[in-house]
Design a protein. Sequence first.
Length: 320
Amino acid sequence: MLACGKDGDPVAWNRIELVSDDYTAWILPERGGSCVRLARYGAEALRTPDSEDSYRQNEFLWGTPVLFFPNRISGGSFEFEGRTYRLPVNEKKTGCFLHGTLHRTKFEVVEQSETEAVLRYEATEEKPYLTFPHCFAVTLRGSLSADGLRQQAAVENASAFDMPVALAFHTTFRIPFSEGSRPEQVSLTLDTQEEYGRDMETFLPDGRAWKEYPDKRQMERGDLLPSEHTISRLFRMDGRHEMCLTDLRARIRVRYKAGEAYHYWMVYNGGRQDLLCVEPQSWLSNCPNAPFPREISGFDFIMPGEKRVYETWMRIERIV
């Protein structure tokens, strides 16, 4: 159980604390290995829950919850290599499978030091992951150094046949992230090359895609203020795979970079001023059923005995 310390300070949680130079990070093995704190220079980059009740109000809006499979799958089903995959429809209003339950699954701690933690989850025939018909393992490695936090997720196919795979992190940043600043003093830089239209009743891609779209130039210049917008948008990454949040008053920047296995950003704040979710995901929402060829929408699979590795890096920097 998460627990609060004195005056609501979440010091008593069952967590792994990593320390390197002037960075501190907290990782929760019993919550899917989510990193719920990254601090430096007095800045708190990630939203850190202060109680179990706060956390349960929406488990996706704290830290870096892992999503498997990410985002929505219409009807909870899709076809691959002649097999029908049926996943639980857990979003009744849209009739979709949404995000999965890996984010709330306990991971075993297999290695731990002052600067690194390695966590592992295994789905077996005796203890499967939901209704997913594959044995597989996910290994999360969080490494903290003077360069910030590196998060590596390796998905291994332990079954006898090809396994569909996709991953995302519902990374939720605190707005503002520096004490004494206001939400309107935080700007977003996000390099994108395409935006995808969605049916806003189901939140599924509708087949439209644009090379030019509202706020593109502002995001490229880094002068979009997310707190002044209600945001729920899906983009293809450009070649840099990078996002920056800048506190214009404190002169501190949070930099978030995704590895080559990621292709899309989901950006969301639900109209709130206190947070911004910038989610790297390896496939387009509803990828197996989306109105795009699978090679465009990021569909991927791994053969028996092989693995796919996903990496992100997060840094907190002073602006000089």
